[in-house]
Design a protein around this ligand. Structure first.
Ligand SMILES: [Zn+2]
Length: 1040
């Protein structure tokens, strides 16, 4: 009994530092491994009986892979290049002498591996995620097979892709990936347990500090364990382990903080790797989680993104069945309720509803319940409309942590109520450790307690642990560390928990919590409103296409009994759009391969959407459409927006000639145009002696200089000038755009100090349309070193806004192009459209919270107004802007080089518009005109049949926007109408319809009818009452 001899009558350690370092060396991976404990972790080793491989550029299924011809391979070989896949066949033969021992298959390489056994995925292996072992047996029995064949599918990419030189650099296409270890080993679990004990004690000794006696207790225990432990004699280990167990079991007092540890693996749906690789990352990570659950029945794992479940369901059905079992047991916990973890700023209100609708319906169908918490730990800011949308989708709880990345201001709370623009509130929690990828270390649990901003108000917090992005989530070691910390005096209590358990307790403790009103703005990554302009444009256009397809299809459904609403096609297209809203795709922070995928999905939505739109119009307007060989002297014009519109359209005559016509079309309906309407006043265009051009249409009058800049913008009614004396609007400006690190993500405050007005004229302004129904003028500028910009400035008859149709050949590096509109308006706030509403942000930089918002996001319009007058900027595909003092700037194009070196290079086209107005922007119809700019009228050649104009829906109040019309989910005989209050007012509105409605009821955003939600059908329509920014959904059952 050497331990006894060594253990008693030894002198106590005198010196803190030597004791600490002695324990460190005892468990060191670097020093003294010939004689320390770490050197004993593994016993005998044995190479595979044979190793062979085959390589492919495609991601192929197992069945296809194993049928290929495999060639001999060996440890030390390298494979590649980047994005290739190597399949290894590994024949193993376990030595009989290893009976009774724990045997691991150890695999180390710098690619991401998946072990297959008997045609099933069984283990993900990623060195960077500390997963290099597949456990073959915990204790080798004679009966067990000693020979077996495994396959390892090795992806030639790292956890974070293959950035050349830095993580976010564009991928190195030629990287090689090396197999550095493939062998059988004996694993000494008793050594491992002691190593975990000693690591925790050493951390306690170091991190609790010399003022804390627990630090010394931990140190002396660890020192004593080294004394007791003879690394060559495992019979000494239990005594050492008992010493550790004794100190870990000394408990806390009642007041101690409780940490709710939840396993997690944040998997970006695409980022530094393409979507296709994410499917495999999910499988590798989740199979690893399932293995851990088998041996740790208390282990829980929160998993978000319905799209990822759907991928695993269709590509790995065997694994998915195991996941379903663990979901039923409550260990594998679906969270979030959305289709993907989307960007929190740029998707439209309806897109955000669909994220939840597609997500919650998936979770309900697959797992029998919807999610009760919204989960968006990594997204770049959160719209102030989200609380209402969550509440409408069965969610009252929200978890994120990204605001810990704020560059300027520390967010003041970790647990609080978040109140949206309509007053809806959700209980919100930021894990106070400021991470969603913890490793279960002493340092992290101490930080969680120390950092918590709501001390004394709540005594529970979340701790999400596990490697993300293909790192395979939690490890056994993380679990074993936290077991030791479950209730140890000096450390917070750590319990394995679920989001539901945590939030249930926080709800009980919530009486004194603070409330944060308005958006959760991330003071970082503000370039993501602009980067990858084609993705932004794809998003806006496809939102419009799906809106129009749904409106037209729902109208066709309501009017014709034979029309088949394209529900499954629409679901497919919506899911493509929702996938592209993922928080590294829509923000533009992804590699070129992802951009190509995203643009392909948009192309598919445009292609299929156009077909669906044609079918719906054909069904809706069957008798009115032109017969094949018709004369076509009239035109059918359809309006998918809920108000009457009078606009200039372009129609194509029989000989292909384009002519303009002014038309009036009723709300959500159509009209046949034969004789065009004459405008009250035509557009007049004339050139002045100095080369400037004047245009006016009876509503506004503008003067443009030879560089296309506005030198005057007047409202004719009031003769009010919109521009300050001597200032030019529509002024382009170029800024140096070199952030500190996150290239595609960040534009820094200091870029504003590098402003250079664009004044290099290539082609001076000239008249392109002389007036009448439309006047226009165009010009070309040189921008920067090697880019050009051509703009057509268009004024239509009766239009209250001036349009700027812009083409750019963009070929810059680290430059930011904006267009500026100085206005003669004094206001300390500007108003920006967001999802289903708007909000205000300051135009001054008084405090750090104000100037940190030097670049902000918005949707279709922004406005700055003083009493009685204002100027709005509208756009058709831009999301970044600023309003500082009296200058409105629209952010147009960036040119970051990482992670996509080709970002935004090439041809770009976009339109914006300026609209001066009298009165408030609400009363002036800025909101409606921004919709009009984004949702052009549909123009179709028609037969000469007589037909009165037809309107399906109208709303009595201009404050209420009917945003969405679609077939109800699961109710083919009903449609859903979604409306919102857009002015920020309390109002009663009548919804009028000419459709055959049998019954109307209020429903939530998941289309569940509200209790007592029946709405009477009255002469004036359906009476709806709204509070500011309230979103209402109405289910209309149709008479068949
Ligand atoms: Zn992420």
């Amino acid at each position: 009994m050497r331990s006894k001899q060594r253990g008693c009558s030894m002198a106590a350690p005198k010196h803190r530092r030597t004791a600490l370092e002695r324990v460190e060396k005892f468990i060191s991976e670097t020093y003294f491994t010939d004689c320390n404990l770490r050197g004993r972790l593994f016993g005998d080793r044995c190479p595979p009986a044979s190793l062979s491989c085959f390589q492919t550029s495609r991601r192929i299924p197992y069945d296809e892979a194993v049928g290929q011809k495999f060639s001999p391979a060996k440890v030390g070989d390298s494979f590649g290049p980047t994005w290739e896949t190597c399949w290894f066949k590994v024949e193993l033969s376990i030595p009989p002498a290893w009976a009774g021992r724990e045997v691991h298959f150890v695999w180390e390489s710098d690619g991401e591996g998946m072990v297959w056994r008997d045609a099933q995925p069984v283990q993900g292996l990623t060195k960077e995620g500390e997963k290099t072992s597949y456990i073959l047996t915990r204790s080798l029995k004679e009966m067990e097979p000693h020979s077996l064949t495994l396959y390892v599918e090795l992806a030639c990419n790292g956890l974070f892709g293959a950035g050349k030189g830095s993580m976010i650099a564009p991928p190195d296409p030629d990287r090689r990936f090396t197999l550095s270890k493939a062998e059988l080993v004996i694993f000494n679990r008793d050594v491992y347990e002691l190593l975990v004990d000693l690591e925790i004690l050493l951390d306690m000794a170091q991190l609790l500090g010399e003022e804390n006696q627990r630090s010394f207790q931990a140190l002396y225990t660890a020192n004593q364990m080294v004394n007791v432990c003879d690394v060559t004699d495992p019979s000494t280990f239990p005594a050492a382990h008992d010493l550790a167990a004794a100190i870990f079991s000394q408990r806390n007092g009642e007041s101690q903080h409780t940490i709710h540890a939840v396993g997690h693996c944040h998997i970006d749906s695409a980022w530094l790797w393409p979507y296709e690789e994410t499917i495999r990352k999910c499988a590798r990570s989740w199979v690893t989680v399932v293995r851990l659950m088998e041996s740790n029945p208390e282990f829980t794992f929160a998993c978000s993104q319905a799209q990822q479940f759907e991928w695993v369901r269709s590509w790995y059905p065997g694994l998915y069945a195991q996941i379903q079992d663990f979901v039923a047991k409550g260990q594998f916990v679906p969270v979030g309720g959305t289709w993907v973890e989307m960007d929190g700023n740029l998707p439209s209100g309806e897109s955000m509803v669909r994220q939840f609708l597609q997500g919650q319906r998936f979770f309900q169908q697959q797992f029998g319940r919807i999610c009760s918490e919204f989960w968006l730990p990594d997204t770049f800011g959160y719209s102030a409309q989200l609380p209402q949308l969550m509440r409408g989708c069965g969610i009252r709880r929200f978890l994120t942590q990204k605001l810990s990345w704020n560059l300027v201001n520390a967010f003041p709370n970790h647990t609080f109520f978040w109140e949206g623009i309509d007053g809806s509130r959700v209980l919100t929690h930021f894990p106070p450790g400021d991470s969603y990828g913890m490793h279960g270390r002493v340092e992290e649990v101490l930080k969680t307690v120390k950092n918590n901003k709501d001390k004394g108000l709540v005594n529970h917090s979340a701790f999400l642990f596990g490697f993300g992005d293909g790192g395979g989530g939690p490890t056994q070691k993380m679990l074993d560390r936290m077991k030791r910390m479950s209730d140890t005096d000096g450390l917070p209590r750590v319990q394995i928990s679920t989001p539901d358990q945590l939030f249930s307790i926080l709800e009980k403790e919530s009486s004194q919590l603070c409330t944060w009103v308005g958006e959760l703005f991330l003071e970082l990554h503000n370039g993501t409103y602009t980067t990858q302009a084609q993705i932004k444009k794809g998003n806006r256009e496809c939102e419009r296409i799906l809106h129009d397809v749904e409106v037209l299809s729902a109208l066709a459904l309501a009017r014709g009994s034979t029309f088949q609403y394209p529900a499954s096609q629409l679901q497919r297209l919506w899911r493509l759009l929702l996938l592209n809203q993922f928080h590294d795709v829509l923000p533009g922070s992804c590699i070129q391969l992802v951009v190509e995928d995203a643009l392909r999905y948009y192309a598919e939505i445009r292609r299929a959407g156009a077909g669906l739109q044609d079918e719906a119009i054909r069904s809706l307007c069957r008798d009115l459409l032109q017969p094949e060989a018709g004369s076509g002297e009239s035109t059918l014009v359809l309006n998918t927006l809920p108000w009457e519109r009078t606009e200039v359209i372009t129609r194509t005559g029989p000989a292909g000639t384009e002519t303009l016509a002014l038309v009036t079309v009723p709300s959500m309906g159509y009209a046949i145009v034969r004789e065009p309407v004459l405008p009250a006043q035509p557009v007049a265009v004339r050139r002045q002696a100095d080369g400037s051009i004047v245009m006016e249409n009876g509503v506004i009058a503008v003067c443009l200089d030879v560089m296309g800049r506005l030198t005057s913008l007047r409202l004719l009614d009031s003769q009010r000038e919109s521009l300050p004396d001597g200032c030019c609007a529509n002024q382009f400006a170029l800024f140096d755009d070199v952030p500190l690190y996150w290239d595609a993500w960040d534009v820094m405050d200091y870029h504003l100090e590098t402003r250079k007005p664009v004044t290099s004229l290539l082609k001076p302004l000239e008249i392109t349309l002389a007036g009448g129904l439309r006047g226009s003028a165009s010009f070309t500028l040189r921008v920067g070193e090697s880019s050009t910009l051509t703009q057509e400035i268009i004024l239509d008859a009766m239009s209250p806004y001036l349009r700027f149709l812009t083409q750019v050949e963009w070929n810059e590096a680290h430059k930011f192009l904006k267009v500026e509109f100085p206005v003669q308006v004094r206001s300390t706030n500007a108003t920006y459209e967001i999802q289903f509403g708007h909000l205000q942000r300051p135009t001054h930089w008084n405090t750090s919270w104000d100037w940190a918002r030097f670049e902000v996001w918005f949707h279709k319009w922004l406005d700055v107004s003083e009493h009685g007058f204002g100027v709005a900027l509208l756009n058709d595909c831009k999301y970044g802007a600023s309003a500082h003092r009296n200058v409105l700037s629209l952010s147009l194009l960036r040119a970051p080089k990482s992670p996509d070196a080709t970002a935004d290079i090439g041809h770009q086209q976009f339109t914006y518009a300026v609209m001066p107005h009298q009165g408030s922007f609400q009363d002036a119809g800025v909101i409606q005109h921004a919709y009009n700019l984004n949702f052009p009228l549909h123009v179709v050649p028609a037969s000469s049949a007589q037909c009165p104009a037809w309107s399906a829906f109208s709303v009595s109040s201009p404050a209420v926007v009917l945003e969405t019309l679609k077939q109800a989910e699961d109710r083919p005989d009903a449609v859903v109408v979604r409306l919102y209050e857009a002015h920020g007012s309390t109002v009663v509105a009548w919804l009028q319809t000419s459709l055959p409605v049998k019954e109307a009821m209020l429903c939530d955003l998941l289309e569940q009818p509200a209790a007592e939600g029946r709405l009477p059908l009255e002469q004036q329509g359906i009476r709806l009452s709204f509070t500011p920014f309230h979103v209402l959904s109405v289910l209309l059952v149709l008479r068949q």
